[in-house]
Design a protein around this ligand. Structure first.
Ligand SMILES: *Cc1c(COP(=O)(O)O)cnc(C)c1O
Length: 402
């Protein structure tokens, strides 16, 4: 081993520790759920994206068992080389119907879908225009592309600022193509992108739109079909990304849109071309998850009634939920050190909720990020609320005016 390299790694880790940015994942010792066994302790988990409780829904688990018996555990190869399994095709057809788009292409993750799609749909004659709070996987996808995209060159607009977006569109008319890209639901603030205004501007200035619905899939729109469905923008968003890893409870990402775009991505989306397909059991479990979403309204109703309960009770206790409109509920703290102190105190009370600090969010905008889900009972949320109140009283934090 190269001692220069190894000591460089050690120095980097020490720097992270010095800056309180060093992460150690906790060990989940059983299935995902509202209450979990973690690091030897029973806790209420407010940090999971298992919005609908589908990660261990009995129907999904049963479908997975059957699929393993029928299909085995591996796909064997990249789809265009080894042959694409019928069950992968079936999942894509089901997703296209669900999204009301011509076609869907599945990637192995939401991150991969961004990294595979964005660079494939633009060239060095194009520009990508981004919201400043876009997710890391969008940013990485954008960086892999040959297009212009940099904030320093004026192609990033302040969060949800439609006047700024319009100015950028006016200033970029010489590019061949222009893509506007945004999260549907912003992952740290829980607010919803102004998609109708974005689509109108795109139509006015001949741009096209890509929306990343990772946190809107299963959460917003008809049966959880996402932000385009939520705003009734069917047929007006060129590229919709959804994740199969969060509300759908398994793993994967997909791109929904036109048949010709799917054709292009099959031929030019690099993770599709050079990375092996999901195990067939993944597709089977996802088809069962879609069955639940389309036929049983109860998980989504519970997700939203729990979300309303949680926000109302936090706000009644004086906590600031930062204008969140979705299950992602930040609890504003402000100072980085205080948010980390609050996270530790909540853990001691049996509640697992992470602090989110700079550089994930702006300096001085630290928060505890909570996510109620259909997997929580009212007792779970009541328990968590009592913990938040005790920590607030004990540490004198959580009641900061912004
Ligand atoms: C989680 C997330 C992704 C990545 O999805 P995975 O399926 O977990 O890879 C992409 N975009 C956004 C906005 C996300 O929150």
């Amino acid at each position: 081993m190269n001692s220069h390299f190894q000591s460089w790694l050690g120095d980097q880790i020490q720097t992270l520790k010095d800056q309180s940015l060093y992460k150690v994942p906790k060990i989940l010792e059983g299935p995902a759920g509202g209450r979990v066994q973690m690091n030897g302790k029973q806790v209420v988990n407010l940090s999971s994206n298992n919005y609908l409780g589908l990660a261990n829904h009995p129907k999904v688990v049963e479908a997975a068992h059957r699929a393993i018996d029928e299909w085995g555990v591996g796909a064997g190869a990249v789809r265009w080389i080894g042959g694409t399994m019928a069950i992968h095709q079936e999942l894509e057809e089901r997703l296209a119907k669900f999204k009301k788009t011509e076609a869907v292409l599945v990637f192995t993750g939401g991150f991969t879908a961004n990294a595979g799609t964005i660079p494939a749909v633009v060239t060095n004659k194009d520009v990508i225009i981004s919201d400043e709070l876009n997710h890391a996987s969008i940013i990485d996808g954008v960086r892999l592309s040959a297009a212009k995209y940099k904030k320093s060159e004026g192609y990033v607009y302040p969060h949800k600022d439609m006047e700024a977006l319009e100015k950028i569109l006016q200033n970029t008319q010489s590019f061949e193509k222009r893509m506007i890209i945004t999260d549907g639901v912003f992952s740290m603030d829980g607010d919803i992108a102004p998609l109708p205004a974005i689509v109108e501007l795109a139509e006015k200035y001949d741009a096209f739109v890509m929306v990343d619905d990772a946190h809107a899939s299963g959460v917003l729109g008809k049966n959880g079909a996402g932000t385009a469905s939520h705003f009734d923008l069917y047929g007006r968003v060129d590229i919709q990304l959804g994740t199969l890893s969060k509300a759908l409870g398994v793993i994967g990402g997909y791109i929904a849109g036109s048949a010709v775009m799917k054709d292009w991505l099959i031929n030019r989306g690099r993770p599709y071309l050079f990375s092996t397909a999901h195990p067939p059991v993944v597709a089977a479990a996802l088809i069962a998850a879609l069955d639940v979403m389309e036929n049983d309204p109860e998980p989504m109703e519970r997700l939203w009634s729990n979300t309303r309960w949680w926000k109302q009770h936090l706000e009644a206790e004086g906590f600031d939920t930062m204008g969140s409109e979705t299950p992602i509920t930040p609890v504003y703290v402000g100072e980085e050190g205080k948010a980390q102190e609050m996270e530790r105190a909540l853990w001691d009370e049996g509640v697992y909720a992470l602090s989110i600090v700079y550089p994930t969010v702006g300096l001085g905008k630290a928060r505890i990020r909570t996510m109620p889900s259909a997997a929580h009972t009212e007792e779970d949320l009541q328990f968590a609320l009592e913990a938040f109140k005790r920590v607030r009283d004990k540490l004198g934090i959580g009641l900061v005016a912004r």
